[in-house]
Ligand binder design. Structure first.
Ligand code: ACM
Ligand code: ZN
Length: 420
């Protein structure tokens, strides 16, 4: 996106440093798949705005996206589904775009993933991989049903989201927490993941676990008895703690969504707070590191302006540029001493409705630079009007040079007034 010709600057000295050490973007490549070339452009964009973490959400119910040498069915089966949904890009019609049923998917080879890690490292960006567990694992369980509670054959789900084209969404899918082979499998997977990603943090998901299957499963119930666990929340905590110990013996740190607080947080775990700030505040009170990624205003898959004029998107809140910019990364409920646990902030792009890379860029811009400024600048140095002035000094134009739909980004765009 910003691979400019070489330019020369006169001698100068700049003293600057960021307020927060984790300045991240999460990208979901499970619900839709993007080429390595598209991801390199996103890494360029992050580097341009001095963001330094690319959180790569590589697995979910709707597709597994990383080659695993020991478990080839993860990609031969788990990376492919019948595509039935998508969204129109150009806002002529904000309804969903029926995409018909055809084989959809893809995955990254380990070589490609290593190449992206190196590409990012050259730009001072750490790639934090996310391997979801114990929930959001439908694609794995389609490939290896023996790790589910029912152990019955199943297919890779199309979408967990309810909409007019998907009236019977598939439920979230969990690993069986009573089966030791689930853990042995995950340890094998994490070993391969750690061999590709040098990141000190490994993200293990942990969110939105549907415990219905665990309640009905004899193995899960036996585990609860054997380990004296009071309920399924403690079973979830048992699961996460067992994985945390494994990561720790490999000198890596566990990070997970704020549900990992339920039933007790593993020692040294970092919490990524997405259901508002509550989880982050609880974690900081307990002396754990926190990344704040509250869905309101940091989920960039939500509308950014006027739903009437935008591609179909998640409706829960309208996360305007101004609201992203205004975010204060230090919740008032933290004491001065507890503020040090806030390691950073992160914006997130979930891609249920985002099937092409231009649409990804449309959702990221111009909100990504606003998030970068939240992470970089102290509140007293922020000024929204000046930020807009700076964006107008060429940023909008430079995005439109590189495939972003010009209509949405030029200063004459009819969409522009809605952004502010
Ligand atoms: C999440 O949005 N389920 C982390
Ligand atoms: Zn079970």
């Amino acid at each position: 996106m910003f691979r400019h010709e070489k330019i020369t600057l006169p001698y100068l000295q700049i003293t600057d440093y960021p307020q927060l050490s984790w300045r991240g973007l999460m990208l979901d490549v499970s619900r839709h798949f993007y080429s390595i070339e598209a991801l390199k452009d996103i890494i360029d964009l992050l580097a341009y705005y001095k963001m330094n973490v690319f959180h790569w959400h590589m697995t979910d119910n709707e597709g597994w996206r990383l080659e695993m040498k020991k478990y080839p069915k993860l990609t031969s089966i788990g990376s492919w589904r019948k595509e039935i949904y998508g969204s129109k890009m150009y806002g002529q019609d904000s309804s969903l775009n029926w995409k018909d049923t055809y084989r959809y998917g893809g995955y990254y080879s380990q070589e490609e993933a290593r190449e992206l890690v190196a590409y990012a490292a050259e730009r001072q960006i750490t790639i934090v991989p996310e391997i979801e567990m114990p929930g959001h694992s439908g694609a794995v369980l389609a490939a290896y049903p023996q790790f589910s509670c029912s152990q019955l054959p199943q297919s890779v789900p199309n979408s967990a989201l309810f909409n007019k084209y998907n009236p019977a969404p598939s439920p979230n899918q969990e690993y069986c927490a009573g089966n030791d082979s689930s853990f042995l499998f995950l340890q094998d997977v994490l070993r391969e993941v750690m061999s590709i990603f040098p990141s000190p943090y490994i993200h293990i998901g942990g969110d939105e676990v549907d415990k219905t299957q665990w309640k009905q499963c004899a193995r899960c119930q036996k585990r609860m008895q054997d380990e004296r666990l009071a309920d399924e929340s403690e079973l979830q905590s048992y699961f996460i703690k067992r994985i945390a110990r494994f990561l720790e013996t490999n000198d890596r740190k566990l990070i997970g969504w704020d549900e990992i607080l339920e039933g007790g947080l593993p020692k040294n775990a970092t919490v990524m707070s997405w259901r508002g700030e509550k989880g982050g505040i609880m974690a900081a009170h307990a002396g754990h590191e926190v990344i704040l990624s509250p869905s309101d205003p940091f989920y960039l898959n939500r509308y950014q302006a006027d739903p009437e004029h935008e591609p179909y998107a998640a409706k829960y809140s309208i996360n305007t540029l101004a609201r992203v910019y205004a975010y204060d990364p230090y919740p008032r409920a933290l004491t001065a001493a507890q503020r040090k646990y806030v390691k950073g902030i992160q914006v997130a792009l979930w891609n249920e409705f985002i099937s092409d890379r231009n649409h990804v860029e449309y959702m990221l811009l111009p909100r990504l630079p606003a998030a970068a400024e939240v992470a970089w600048s102290k509140p007293e140095n922020k000024n929204f009007e000046k930020f807009i002035e700076r964006l107008n000094l060429g940023h909008f134009q430079s995005w439109s040079w590189k495939g972003c739909p010009p209509l949405l980004y030029t200063l004459n765009s009819p969409f522009l007034p809605f952004l502010f």
